[in-house]
Design a protein around this ligand. Structure first.
Ligand SMILES: [Fe+2]
Ligand SMILES: [Fe+2]
Length: 152
């Protein structure tokens, strides 16, 4: 197993699989930031737009936090690749809702696997934010469908 140098954290002792998961989490965060920017522009009301931008700010905070963790664990910067996201508002909400739900589970798995308490805490707290985001997207989706998806 490759040994990672941790700087102030000392030798990490973290599983290489965990490092890969953190890299995947960073990509997910980067993609969510781009996706929510697009969704905010498509939002039908100012209130929704503002809430989506607040969610986007949370994702930016997660991105920065995970990025720092990755650099401290590996001494390297992660490779970033953006995942696509729908151009249609309703499809975008569904995409975001499912992605947030899946991300909750993924981050809790990372928190379980990590040995470092700081990593456990960062991912547990981010999972709580994602759960909250999922509820917001479900609310917007329900509103959107109540207003626009009914047949006349
Ligand atoms: Fe996030
Ligand atoms: Fe989120």
């Amino acid at each position: 197993m490759r040994a990672y140098t941790l700087g102030e954290w000392g030798v990490s002792g973290e599983d290489p699989g965990l490092i890969q998961d953190i890299a995947k989490a960073i990509n997910g965060q980067y993609s969510a930031i781009a996706c929510y920017e697009k969704l905010a522009r498509l939002a039908p009301t100012e209130e929704e737009r503002r809430q989506i931008m607040e969610i986007r700010q949370d994702e930016t905070n997660h991105y920065r936090e995970f990025y720092q963790i990755y650099v401290r664990l590996t001494g390297q910067q992660p490779q970033i690749a953006v995942e696509p996201c729908p151009d249609d508002y309703k499809e975008g909400l569904e995409f975001a809702l499912k992605d947030e739900q899946n991300t909750v589970d993924f981050y809790l798995e990372i928190a379980d696997k990590a040995r470092d308490p700081a990593i456990k805490k960062a991912f547990t707290r981010a999972a709580q934010d994602e759960q909250n985001h999922a509820v917001w997207f479900l609310y917007f989706w329900t509103n959107h469908c109540r207003c626009r998806c009914k047949q006349p």
